[in-house]
Design a protein around this ligand. Structure first.
Ligand code: PEP
Ligand code: MN
Length: 336
């Protein structure tokens, strides 16, 4: 349940409502919004008796929350979450484009690609230093050396960096270097990792689990938010189906659903969804058309030499065209 306070509610009245919630064994979560404060009721099993709260001084109304997720839901927060990162705003009006290699391979490689990403109009640099690979024999990433290279590229080109955290063991280290912490599809329901991400002050991008429903994905985001981190970005990256013409199936219908159900920004990663270079561009255009807040694209200047996901990486020239086309489509899509 959400308790909406009157515009002129006093601090004492707000505190009394919080106490009334806690006295019943629930948790209270104040949510500032515009000119009034609302207080969310958490940890209730089943419906809460609204009458008790409706009578308290300063309370305007109580709104039942019908969804299993609360902090991530539009019922709790009507306005879109906007996350500032340097000069950028994630979840704002501008389509944000993340570009970069699947994995950090060397300083030369990252510097070369970062320059292309910046010149093409990309906003954020990606690159994995800790790689979740299906095979233990595949390249696992450079670890801290890779994070240092990303930090160098950020300083050289002014691009914030996003990189994946694989487990609790590397969390502090990734958190120290990254501007945005990425939780990958394979970790979407790693609840201890989600809770740790919730304690972070850095924004977290939560990729959809490859077999997760939208509800499960939003509940995973709820884990992060309940620990106190409001800056969660969702990322659709394709789900596992029976098809063989692409690596996964990009579920673009999830984007309008997530935008309706949640106030959190939602991105699309067409690269991991399809797995093939020739499918990335059309799927990126479609991602802009369904009004995603941004996208994540793998880019490599020499994809045939890439240690990871070269076959789905765009060449810099292709990435430049993608940025231009996606932004033009986004302008039309956000009108309606
Ligand atoms: C990635 O973005 O590097 C990645 C491994 O993606 P996903 O978790 O979506 O497979
Ligand atoms: Mn990849």
């Amino acid at each position: 349940m959400l308790i909406v306070m009157r515009r002129d509610a006093t601090t004492e009245q707000i505190e009394a409502v919080i106490r009334a919630i806690e006295n019943r064994g629930f948790a209270a979560r104040p949510i500032p919004g515009g000119d009034r404060i609302s207080i969310g009721v958490l940890y209730n099993q089943g419906a809460v008796d609204a009458a008790i709260f409706q009578e308290l001084p300063g309370v305007k109304e109580t709104i039942p929350v019908t969804r299993p997720y609360k902090l991530v839901s539009r019922e709790f927060q009507r306005h879109d979450t906007r996350i500032p990162i340097g000069d950028l705003v994630i979840g704002g009006d501008r389509l944000l484009i993340i570009g970069g290699p699947c994995a950090v391979e060397s300083e030369d490689q990252v510097m070369t690609i970062a320059e292309h990403v910046r010149n093409a109009g990309g906003d954020i640099l990606r690159g994995g230093a800790f790689k979740p690979r299906t095979s233990p024999y595949a390249f696992q990433g450079l670890g801290e050396a890779g994070l240092k290279i990303l930090a160098k590229a950020r300083d050289a080109f002014g691009l914030p960096v996003i990189t994946e955290v694989l487990d609790l063991a590397c969390f502090d280290m990734v958190e120290a270097y990254a501007d945005i912490i990425q939780i990958g599809t394979r970790n979407m329901q790693n609840f201890s990792l989600l809770r740790r991400a919730g304690e972070s002050r850095k924004p977290v991008m939560l990729k959809r689990g490859m077999s997760a429903t939208v509800d499960e994905w939003l509940m995973a985001a709820e884990y992060i938010m309940t620990e106190g981190n409001p800056n969660v970005i969702l990322c659709e990256r394709g789900v596992r189906t029976f098809v063989r013409h692409s690596r996964n199936t990009l579920d673009l219908s999830a984007i309008p659903v997530v935008r309706r159900e949640s106030h959190l920004p939602v991105f699309v990663d067409p690269s991991h969804a399809c797995g093939f270079r020739d499918q990335v561009m059309p799927l990126a255009r479609a991602s802009a058309a369904v009004n995603a807040h941004g996208m994540m694209i793998e880019v490599h200047h020499a994809p045939e030499m890439a240690k990871c996901d070269g076959g789905q990486s765009l060449l810099p020239g292709q990435f430049e065209i993608l940025c231009r086309q996606a932004r033009a489509i986004h302008e039309i899509a956000r009108e309606g």
